[in-house]
Design a protein around this ligand. Structure first.
Ligand code: ADP
Ligand code: TMP
Length: 238
């Protein structure tokens, strides 16, 4: 299998074609961004940790009957994934109030929600990924009604599986962001990444932050924190 040409370079990953396959070669970068790219830093080892953590999580989800675009890990910083036609949406699931939810609604960080919430955001950096509802999603043809319903069901199933896994690792899954796409058969597949960049993860006993909020709020070095997440998840398989 050969690495083809660069198709897209984003904030966290670069995507390359794989000639004669409907697959992509992904490179996880060391770049960390906050505030929609306003703050940018290169943090050595971040790409490797996110690639390894995402790989462990997608393998776990597959073992729980939840397929994704993940095909295989190629190296410490590279993966092969199935190319999909992405929904231009970020799907956020929240179990506990934090971040923009707390700011917008005045709910204290750490308040446990009586049931998980699924939210949609339009994936558009120029507009700062605005919060939208189901009516916006269907009226703007970002997904049809059946797809909206399927995205929500899948997001909640993934939440159920992830909460179980993180709980065993003594981590509370506060919230996280998912992206989905459709493969060549029209099947909706979980795509992109699931890592401490895209989740809020709090230590179950101390509530210490084990995620990108450490970078967003400048409270420390993310490398030992992400390494801790990887070590705890790897330990579960032993
Ligand atoms: P961003 O585009 O927000 O800067 P990244 O640097 O993570 O983010 O870039 C990865 C890009 O690849 C994202 O835009 C994401 O939507 C897209 N993507 C993720 N998985 C797939 C896939 N299986 N097929 C096609 N595109 C994908
Ligand atoms: P928020 O509280 O800032 O809306 O974030 C909710 C979750 O989504 C949190 O776990 C971080 C994640 N997220 C991303 O992965 N990418 C983004 O662009 C945003 C805004 C949030």
């Amino acid at each position: 299998m050969d690495k083809g040409h660069l198709l897209y370079e984003g904030k966290a990953k670069a995507l390359y074609s794989i000639p004669e396959q409907n697959w992509l070669w992904v490179e996880y970068k060391d770049q960390a961004t906050a505030g929609n790219g306003e703050r940018k830093e290169s943090i050595s080892g971040k790409g490797q940790l996110n690639n390894l953590i995402t790989s462990v999580i997608f393998e776990y989800l597959s073992s729980e009957g939840i397929p994704s675009h993940f095909i295989k890990k190629l190296s410490d910083t590279e993966q092969v994934i199935e190319k999909v036609d992405m929904f231009n949406l970020e799907v956020v699931v929240r179990n506990v109030a934090a971040g923009s939810f707390s700011r917008r609604l005045g709910v204290s960080e750490g308040t446990v929600l009586s049931k998980p919430i699924v939210e949609f955001y339009l994936k558009d950096d120029d507009l700062n990924d605005p919060f939208i509802n189901d009516a916006h999603v269907t009226a703007l043809n970002l997904a049809d009604e059946a797809e909206v319903s399927e995205l929500k069901t899948k997001a909640l199933e993934i939440n159920h599986a992830l909460k179980k896994m993180f709980d065993k690792a003594d981590i509370t899954l506060i919230d996280f962001k998912l992206e989905f796409g459709k493969n060549s058969d029209g099947t909706i597949l979980l795509a992109d990444e699931i890592s401490p960049d895209t989740c809020r993860l709090w230590d179950k006993n101390t509530n210490n932050r084990l995620d990108k909020d450490v970078f967003r709020h400048n409270t420390g070095d993310i490398i030992p924190v992400y390494q801790e997440v990887l070590d705890r998840l790897t330990q579960l398989n032993k």
